[in-house]
Design a binder for this molecule. Structure first.
Ligand code: HAM
Length: 440
């Protein structure tokens, strides 16, 4: 029969790459928690209206990238059309609002999980991808924007990829500033409309700001003498941005001001940010976000200042792999087995299981594999060796009678020997090169 393949734009994470993804996720989550961000889990699907209102009707994401799900008619109206979440910010606002956690409160939360966008897949760009995002509510000052940037920098440092990344910042002012600027930009571009690339022509009517983002050289050339967004930014927003930049200078966090940085989601105001790399070809944005002080209100809540960002984990894993390749041998991928427990005779299976249970209690971080499927001891030891384990344990009738376990180091020169069951955990801890004291 014909075998089946994964859907276009999705990935299977197996073996070393799956380990790498888990490692990145755990390392970054630990940094987020060190800044006292709390985990939040959101639905994988939401009503389509949430993204229309939250992300914006005229954005690429809403216009052409959402995976829509038709309900089965139990409910009526647009509530019945669901979308696989293309991003996490709108859902976070919806969830905190619905749980009564926003009004007059401060919140710092982070989420991790799959997002879905119907995009043209290429290296670093997928239809299902992973994001780790941080969102903070109830903080109006630029000090919070700075904290988010320091948090991101700590993440890069924790993974050793900081040298691949540069930070770009801009201020896009308030919604009113952008309406005024959008009108001026449109008036300037209309006479050149036929010379613009097709995407920009389409955006001219509904979302002229995004034209600044265009990758077309001709469009960028036309923009040379266009009105500048920075000339339309209100004084309060300007002061916010100046203060943010001063803080960053003070903390030695390097950045580039990019007046053309506008972002593809509608909810931002004032600060917008992107961490970029030139090591992943066209998909150079590894983390992006900014301030979105108007979103809570737009989704039916009380005005609440807010800011956040999301990291693209798929791209971060690619960068971590690059770093490993460049510093070969520095971090060998973690082996899934530390210790392999062999059962010398079938009638010792329960005693062996008890040894395993006791070890798991004593050493929660130990990766212990118990042999399954029977067979001769020498075959089991061969399996143990192939598994990459550092140590094999053997439990047979003699050991059961004596209350011992045979410990056989598989790498290096150590001799095999019997160890009393109650000393086994200590003996293994002394033998193994890496056993963290707690499981992450
Ligand atoms: P975004 O710029 O759409 O922002 O996505 C954030 C990051 O997710 C990107 O910088 C990129 O690393 C990754 N990403 C996006 N699309 C793909 C894709 N198709 N394949 C692989 N990676 C991708 C947001 O989603 C906002 N919610 C960020 C935010 C949070 N703003 C405030 N808070």
């Amino acid at each position: 029969m014909k075998t089946l393949s994964r859907p276009t734009g999705t990935q299977d994470w197996v073996k070393d790459r799956a380990q790498q993804l888990s490692h990145v996720e755990r390392t970054l989550s630990a940094v987020f928690e060190s800044y006292s961000f709390e985990p939040i889990r959101l639905p994988m699907m939401e009503t389509v209206d949430l993204f229309k209102r939250g992300v914006g009707d005229a954005t690429d994401i809403v216009e052409k990238e959402m995976f829509l799900l038709q309900g089965r008619g139990a409910e009526t109206g647009s509530q019945d059309v669901l979308a696989l979440r293309p991003e996490g910010t709108a859902s976070t606002v919806r969830a905190l609002q619905q749980e009564g956690l926003l009004y007059n409160q401060q919140q710092r939360v982070y989420y991790s999980g799959s997002m879905f966008r119907y995009e043209r897949p290429q290296k670093g760009r997928y239809r299902e991808f992973y994001q780790l995002g941080a969102e903070a509510f109830g903080f109006a000052g630029p000090d919070l924007d700075v904290e988010l940037l320091l948090l991101a920098r700590d993440c890069w440092q924790a993974l050793g990829i900081e040298h691949y990344l540069t930070l770009e910042l801009n201020s896009i002012g308030s919604a009113d500033d952008r309406i005024a600027f959008g009108a001026a930009l449109k008036a300037f571009l209309l006479p050149h409309a036929s010379e613009l690339d097709s995407d920009s022509q389409r955006r001219l009517e509904r979302n002229p700001l995004r034209i600044l983002d265009s990758k077309s050289a001709q469009t960028q050339h036309i923009l040379t003498d266009a009105p500048r967004l920075e000339d339309f930014i209100n004084p309060v927003a300007q002061a916010h941005f100046e203060s943010l930049c001063e803080w960053l200078d003070d903390f030695g966090l390097a950045y580039r001001r990019n007046p053309r940085l506008v972002r593809g989601l509608d909810y931002y105001n004032n600060t917008v940010l992107e961490w970029m790399t030139d090591r992943l070809g066209a998909q150079g944005t590894v983390c992006a976000g900014g301030r979105y002080d108007g979103l809570v209100e737009r989704l039916g809540g009380k005005p609440t200042p807010a800011a956040g960002f999301a990291m693209g984990l798929d791209r971060i894993v690619l960068l971590s792999e690059l770093r490993q390749a460049e510093q070969q041998g520095l971090a060998a991928p973690a082996n899934p087995v530390d210790v392999y427990l062999c059962i010398a005779q079938a009638d010792s299976a329960r005693a062996a299981e008890r040894v395993a249970q006791r070890l798991r209690m004593a050493l929660p971080a130990l990766k212990l594999r118990v042999h399954r499927g029977g067979g001769k001891l020498d075959k089991q030891l061969k399996r143990a060796d192939q598994s990459g384990a550092e140590v094999a344990l053997i439990v047979g009738p003699e050991e059961v009678a004596a209350g011992t376990v045979v410990v056989k180091p598989l790498r290096g020169t150590g001799e095999a020997g019997a160890v009393a069951e109650d000393q086994l955990a200590d003996r293994l801890q002394a033998l193994l090169t890496v056993v963290p004291s707690t499981r992450l």
